[in-house]
Design a protein around this ligand. Structure first.
Ligand code: KG4
Ligand code: ZN
Length: 345
């Protein structure tokens, strides 16, 4: 099965061609994985501007589809389906991707598959690693922070979620306060290198509380207060604060995952989403998994942040189950993985 995947839900315009059987045995093969990062468009605003993002997606999408097909060495006729992120995300961008995919599917008589962006992250590990269902998933991105049991495409149970901000947002805010630039996650990780993770004591919201929910707003406030008092004549201060911040997030992740792992037998902990690119945090999760007799499996770093390959792969997984969508599918700015849990809050 060969699927073209389009991702336009935030600030990356990404198109990929992936092939695979999506069984528990062989993993997939990435034939091409192109991305245009709209960094320069958004940098001077310190965050993603939805209208600018939508326009930039529109300008780039056709060229990227052509490039992805070209690099994969295939034509549209050689594809088995066209997949696109159908939500959640910035609606203008999602519409660009969905309309492009629908037009290609209609013109070339191929199935169209609307992929939940979060499902793209959730299943991405199976593109490169032979991980079978069910598994425990820590999904940590710019907009989400959740613990879920993943049983298959469209089959998720949410164990916990953030009651305020997402972890990635907290990284971005910290970077902004310290003037480290945008996007914040990689900047904080770089700045933390060689820093003293024990210098600043920051609050660990939810730590040692029962359950699997997260909270980051208190940590964000504490970082802001610490930055305001940071000694100007101390060249180590920024590195120490970034290292302390990362350790704090690591403590919270480890504590929440420990509760999730203790709930039932799960031999595999998967981490996915942009924040999963953080090498220090991966190390912390490896430790907590090992303590509970489980193994941490993570996608390669380049597949953690938004990309087209994860959308194409989710398309492969869905196509295998015959889960295709009608051309009247409407983009969904909100689209919870576990609707039952979303209704509980
Ligand atoms: O999954 P993603 O690319 O987009 C969303 O769906 O939100 O995640 C982006 C988030 C941003 O908040 C970014 O700062 C964070 O992931 N991120 C990182 C790292 N790389 C990206 N956070 C911590 N460490 C990193 N190395
Ligand atoms: Zn994402």
């Amino acid at each position: 099965m060969r699927v073209l995947g389009i991702e336009t839900s935030c600030d990356e315009t990404a198109v990929a061609v992936v092939e695979g059987e999506a069984g528990t045995g062989p993993v997939g093969r990435i034939l091409s994985n192109t991305v245009y990062s709209q960094l320069t468009e958004h940098r001077r605003f310190g965050g993603v501007v939805p209208e600018i993002a939508a326009r930039a997606h529109l300008e780039r999408i056709d060229g990227l589809v052509a490039q992805a097909l070209d690099e994969a060495g295939v034509g549209l006729a050689d594809l088995d389906a066209i997949a696109a992120t159908g939500g959640p995300g910035l609606i203008g961008g999602v519409m660009v991707g969905v309309m492009t995919a629908k037009a290609l599917a209609f013109a070339h008589d191929k199935p169209f598959i609307a992929v939940n962006h979060l499902e793209g992250h959730a299943l991405s590990v199976r593109l490169t690693e032979p991980v079978s269902f069910p598994y425990l998933l820590l999904l940590v991105s710019g907009g989400h922070c959740q613990l879920l049991t993943v049983r298959g495409p469209g089959d998720f149970t949410r164990l916990g979620t953030t009651i305020d901000d997402a972890a990635g947002e907290c990284f971005d805010k910290t970077a902004k306060l310290l003037g480290l630039g945008f996007p914040g996650g990689p900047a904080v990780e770089r700045a933390a290198e060689g820093g003293d993770p024990r210098r600043f004591a920051l609050p660990r919201p939810m730590w040692r509380k029962p359950g699997c929910d997260f909270s980051f707003s208190g940590l964000k406030t504490a970082v802001r207060q610490t930055v305001e008092k940071l000694p100007a004549d101390d060249p180590r201060a920024v590195a120490d604060l970034c290292a302390s911040f990362q350790r704090t997030v690591g403590d919270v992740f480890a504590d929440r995952c420990a509760n999730a792992l203790a709930r039932g037998p799960s031999s595999t902990l998967v981490v996915a989403g942009g924040v999963a690119a953080n090498v220090y945090l991966r190390g912390r999760l490896e430790e907590v998994a090992a303590t509970h007799g489980a193994k941490l499996v993570a996608p390669p770093v380049r597949l953690c942040t938004d990309n087209g390959a994860m959308i194409a792969w989710a398309g492969v997984e869905r196509l295998r189950l015959g889960q295709i969508d009608a051309l009247d599918f409407r983009p969904r700015p909100r689209w919870p993985l576990d609707p039952a849990a979303a209704n509980r809050v």
